[in-house]
Write a protein that binds this ligand. Structure first.
Ligand code: ASP
Length: 312
């Protein structure tokens, strides 16, 4: 590292079923392209950390995916969000969990990384910090999320779905939606440093207080000097497995991010079943790959003037 390389960025919009009407699919493709463009734009004057934060911020602001404005709700109908970032340039990570105040949890996670001695801040205290920092305030659940919640509650009251949560809500959620549409980005900058960022509203109908993998270093995100990864899927399984760190370490050891992601997602699937996870990985040469055991995981990459959208 330390030599000049071409910057590259990749983003994902979450592993899941993604049954999309043509109009929403077009919006999603555009969102991925916009996020990639924001990442590449940031690379002109900034680092891999700037690249992943700007890319994720675009997705948080879209309202289309399960992060920031589009965040899903828990059993009580409330939004609570998790996000994490890591940057090989400083070897530091920053994350926030169970936050409700910031519209862009990724910005608060970045603040933790750059301006505190800590890795993870949670709940009300983290929200107060966001307010003090003057970050924009989250307006509460988006209309489409509110409608999904009301529909799930209507069906629960009609006895159509199990009422005993959380294990069953997970079952219900998988049946109705598949894993959610958490967002993430990984990047390498022109100095050869890498970064990863992940942001999510968590899983639909989670127990209030639940935190997933997304703000856990090594689970939902990880970046080293030779690879970076962002994970999506059932957070409980991803945290137990340590998905992002294991893929980064395997990619660094083998020099092959694609084969490493495939092998580890296969192992993950043997343990937890299919329809459970996806991961986006990039190495120091800008080779990016999205691997998932769900029906889809929209992702894209941009490097050297080439922009591609895949996984839909
Ligand atoms: N991993 C996220 C969580 O469990 C959800 C997702 O990726 O859709 O909170």
């Amino acid at each position: 590292m330390g030599v000049l390389v071409a910057p590259a960025v990749a983003v994902h919009a979450g592993a899941g079923r993604w049954q999309l009407d043509p109009e929403t699919e077009e919006r999603l493709r555009k969102l991925i392209r916009d996020a990639l463009e924001a990442g590449m734009e940031a690379s002109r004057s900034g680092s891999a950390l700037d690249m992943v934060v700007e890319a994720v911020k675009v997705m948080e602001d879209s309202g289309l995916v399960n992060a920031g404005l589009g965040s899903t709700v828990d059993l009580s109908g409330s939004v609570s969000m998790d996000a994490g970032v890591m940057y090989s340039g400083t070897g530091r990570a920053g994350a926030v969990a169970y936050v409700r105040y910031p519209r862009n949890p990724v910005l608060l996670a970045r603040y933790v990384l750059e301006s505190t001695d800590h890795v993870l801040l949670v709940g009300e205290a983290a929200d107060r910090l966001a307010e003090r920092l003057g970050l924009s305030r989250h307006p509460g659940p988006a209309e489409r999320v509110r409608r999904a919640y009301e529909e799930a509650m209507r069906r629960a009251r009609a006895g159509e779905v199990p009422q005993r949560f959380y294990a069953r809500s997970l079952e219900l959620w998988l049946r109705l939606f598949g894993p959610g549409d958490t967002v993430g980005a990984v990047a390498v900058d022109s100095g050869g440093e890498l970064a990863a960022a992940t942001s999510t509203g968590g899983v639909f109908l989670k127990m209030p207080g639940r935190v997933g993998d997304s703000p856990i270093v090594g689970a939902g995100f990880y970046a080293s000097k030779c690879a970076a990864a962002s994970a999506t899927g059932i957070g409980e399984f991803i945290a137990i497995f340590g998905l992002s760190r294991r893929i980064v370490e395997a990619a660094c050891a083998s020099g092959d991010p694609v084969a490493s992601a495939r092998r580890l997602v296969e192992e993950f699937t043997r343990l937890f079943g299919s329809g459970t996870a996806g991961v986006l990985v990039i190495d120091g040469e800008g080779r990016a790959h999205g691997e998932y055991n769900t029906q889809a995981m929209p992702w894209g990459y941009s490097a050297g003037g080439v922009v591609r959208v895949l996984g839909i």
